[in-house]
Design a protein around this ligand. Structure first.
Ligand SMILES: Nc1ncnc2c1ncn2[C@@H]1O[C@H](COP(=O)(O)OP(=O)(O)OP(=O)(O)O)[C@@H](O)[C@H]1O
Length: 470
């Protein structure tokens, strides 16, 4: 039984709607003014509201945005005068779910109530699944929540899912989330990294093999497809699967049957398939490097994971989340991000997405383990330079090209002291660590002893200057 509210000043309109609501087995509440209607909304939880536009104490459309912002907002159907197309358009633009014209016809009204309640039930189910399944996912941007809604929507149905998105956007995390929330969630979650599978071993790894099938097969082995039976098979980097393996894999998808290498017997396996790629599979199909039939099988449902630069507001929360997490892991006291640092992070494009953000935060922590704040100058050059290139004014030194500090020739203007010093320090640091490591033969233990620094710190400089042993 659902609670439905009618806000209309015409008694007979309220009567018609209320009698249909009761007939359908739901509870109706009535109000002839906007004020009393809003009071009722605050006191009860409604699934559906019929709202008149012209009320004695106000305009229904103005109340609409308030109602929509409420938690678990009810569905609103606007009551408009016959052929008031403008009013109906306005209602929809203001977020009404639908509108109903006066005079009100019984059948149409009952169908509308039924559809609205069905819709509400489905969206509640989706919302509930999202709440249950978002462990480990940080961020509240619309781009991300839209994606999570899609996951909640398909998690419980066994369709094949193709997750697309740039590298580091969280495709693997999403695949795990689908598995955890699906009916196959109690079975195994088997991950196949197609990029790291040697071509010769693909069939034996996926399908297993029989004892004696090849020289080193001294006993039979179960493949990953058998392990995924009753669970999920996650094919990461599916775009890297060679054409020969694509053909055999297509057969498994079509017939749910496979033959272990060296075996005459066919076995069957039933699993949920999730694949992920950062490549443009459609383009690969056009280029004939990916089979069109396999592509169509994989993409029953496609989820496009948004790049970090499109997730409004998420960069800040992700940065703080990983700052806390990494400080704990490195056994350092908690740190905060300066507002200028956040601005700089938010204005970077993040081609490596969240993985890149995590690395940037970690290296910033290690540049100043004793500091309580993260300063812009602790961010890598590329972020600060890109900030400058976008036309922002930075109060902190902008470049740290250690390879070419500004010369103090008499003919050119003297640079800003801070910037000059910064470049010079970088050059000294670079030369020091290069000499230290080459003299210690890249033995970090010896280098730490000789320099009086921790191995972590030395490692940080290796990454900072991208030093390599010769
Ligand atoms: N929404 C998120 N909240 C918190 N951490 C996230 C989120 N999305 C991704 N991450 C983290 O970012 C890193 C990269 O995520 P993941 O490996 O899932 O990306 P991917 O898209 O599969 O990358 P690739 O295409 O390179 O395999 C992981 O450490 C993951 O835990």
């Amino acid at each position: 039984m659902k609670n439905i509210l009618i806000i209309d000043d015409e008694d007979f309109i309220r009567d018609i709607i209320a009698s249909r609501i009761e007939e359908m087995g739901h509870s109706s509440y009535e109000s002839d003014t906007l004020e009393q209607g809003l009071e009722l909304i605050n006191q009860h939880s409604f699934d559906l509201i019929f709202l008149d536009v012209n009320l004695p104490d106000g305009n229904g459309l103005e109340a609409l945005s308030k109602i929509r912002q409420m938690p678990e907002a009810p569905i609103v159907i606007i009551i408009t005068a016959f052929s008031n197309a403008e009013g109906a358009k306005l209602a929809i633009n203001n977020g009404a779910w639908d509108y109903i014209e006066k005079p009100i016809y019984k059948d149409k009204l009952m169908l509308q109530i039924k559809r609205a309640l069905e819709y509400k039930k489905q969206t509640q189910m989706r919302e509930r699944t999202v709440v249950l399944s978002t462990a480990g996912i940080v961020g509240k941007s619309t781009a991300l929540t839209d994606c999570l809604d899609q996951i909640a929507y398909i998690a419980s149905s066994p369709v094949n899912v193709l997750i697309q998105g740039e590298s580091g956007t969280g495709k693997e995390l999403m695949a795990r989330m689908i598995h955890d929330n699906s009916s196959s969630g109690t079975g195994e979650y088997v991950v196949v990294d197609c990029a790291s599978l040697p071509e010769k071993l693909i069939e034996s790894t996926l399908f297993g093999y029989k004892k004696g099938a090849f020289t080193s097969a001294d006993k039979s082995s179960e493949g990953l497809i058998a392990m995924a039976h009753g669970g999920t098979l996650f094919l990461d980097e599916i775009g890297e699967l060679p054409l020969s393996a694509q053909k055999s894999f297509l057969r498994v998808l079509q017939e749910k049957k496979y033959r272990p290498v060296g075996s005459a017997k066919e076995l069957s396996s039933c699993f949920r398939l999730i694949s992920a790629t950062n490549r443009n599979l459609k383009q690969m199909v056009d280029d004939k490097t990916f089979r069109a039939d396999l592509y169509h099988r994989l993409k029953t449902f496609v989820i496009n994971v948004p790049a970090l630069r499109f997730r409004n507001g998420d960069i800040k929360v992700l940065a703080q989340h990983y700052l806390d997490k990494l400080c704990t892991e490195h056994q350092l006291p908690p740190k905060a991000l300066l507002p200028e640092t956040i601005t700089m992070l938010e204005n970077y494009d993040w081609p490596g997405n969240i993985r890149e953000l995590i690395n940037v935060i970690e290296s910033a922590i290690l540049t100043g383990p004793g500091l309580e704040l993260i300063y812009p100058m602790q961010l890598p050059d590329m972020i600060r330079i890109s900030f400058l290139e976008k036309g922002f004014d930075v109060k902190t030194p902008a470049t740290q090209s250690h390879l070419n500090p500004t010369p103090l020739d008499p003919g050119i203007p003297v640079p800003v002291f801070k910037e000059y010093r910064y470049k010079a320090i970088n050059e000294i640091e670079h030369d020091y660590f290069q000499a230290l490591l080459s003299r210690c033969d890249w033995d970090l233990e010896t280098a730490a002893k000789q320099s009086g620094l921790s191995k972590n710190r030395i490692y940080f400089y290796i990454r900072k200057f991208q030093l390599k042993s010769k």
